[in-house]
Design a protein around this ligand. Structure first.
Ligand SMILES: C[S@@+](CC[C@H](N)C(=O)[O-])C[C@H]1O[C@@H](n2cnc3c(N)ncnc32)[C@H](O)[C@@H]1O
Length: 264
């Protein structure tokens, strides 16, 4: 497959920036993951890494009505959209969004009660991201994140090629659990996202938006080829979702003096 050029990225963001979410996930899954974080304080300090346009940030603000949330993403248009939503919903006193690199977020270490990240940690490498989360959390703090995993050993070549582009080191459920332990966390629970978490706020609006962009770019062959390429992802999921999944993982940083030291 060709390396994506500037026109690809222009249309990619024209598509993704308009979606309610930039990856799979929904409110029911967030609530289920949060329920696994049993000993959170009443008003937890939460960090949402790779928040995108903030679909799950706003859900978290609703699910943790007295908590404070710092949301970080390195894509400025998503942060602008989230800031507008925060203002519209009157959440500015306890939800903040900032442009930043999750590899080195401009936030204090050892302070957060809950580190949250949906579909984003893999962007900087899972182990590196887990170590960042470990540093951000206080001892006994919780980590909740989603990650793509292989469900079967033998994905069709087109599925393998699709993930190889974006997530070449994607592993199986056990690999993520091993990484969680190696980085100083104790796994608390995990579950697989149901199909509606892929479709309702992600692939269904994506396919609708692709249809709109096809109208906008009618007669533009380059744009049509890019939109065909982008349309492959939901189509592959329709045909091959048995081969991979998104899992929600909840884990806890060890109590004690700064927690267990993560292995490098
Ligand atoms: C698949 S999207 C998920 C967005 C959102 N969490 C959701 O589920 O809708 C991954 C997000 O990670 C962000 N991202 C990737 N690398 C990053 C980095 N180094 N620092 C901060 N954000 C990053 C991207 O900009 C994108 O918004």
């Amino acid at each position: 497959m060709n390396e994506p050029g500037p026109r690809f990225w222009e249309i990619f963001f024209e598509l993704y920036d308009a979606l309610p979410r930039q990856g799979p996930g929904n409110r029911a899954c967030a609530a289920r993951a949060l329920a696994l974080c049993r000993d959170l304080p009443p008003s937890p300090a939460v960090i949402d890494l790779g928040c995108g346009a903030g679909g799950q940030t706003i859900t978290l603000a609703e699910l943790v009505p007295t908590g404070s949330i710092e949301a970080v993403d390195n894509h400025a248009p998503g942060i602008e959209r989230l800031r507008a939503t925060i203002a519209e919903r009157g959440l500015a006193s306890r939800v903040r969004a900032g442009v930043g690199d999750m590899a080195d977020p401009p936030l204090p270490r050892g302070r957060f009660d809950l580190a949250w990240s949906e579909g984003a940690l893999y962007s900087i490498g899972l182990r590196k991201a887990l170590r960042v989360c470990h540093d951000l959390l206080r001892p006994g703090g919780y980590l909740a994140f989603t990650d793509a995993i292989w469900r079967r050993e033998d994905p069709p070549p087109e599925v393998k090629a699709g993930f190889d582009l974006d997530y070449p080191t994607m592993g199986r459920l056990e690999d993520d659990l091993a990484a969680i332990r190696a980085c100083g966390f104790e796994p608390v629970g995990h579950f697989t996202l149901p199909d509606e978490a892929w479709w309702d706020d992600f692939y269904t609006p994506m396919e609708r938006r692709i249809g709109e962009l096809r109208g906008k770019y009618a007669g533009d062959d380059e744009a049509a080829a890019i939109l065909d390429r982008l349309a492959r992802e939901p189509e592959l999921h329709r045909r091959h979702s048995a081969f991979y999944a998104y899992a929600f993982f909840v884990a806890r940083k060890a109590h004690g003096r700064g927690g267990e030291r993560p292995s490098k």
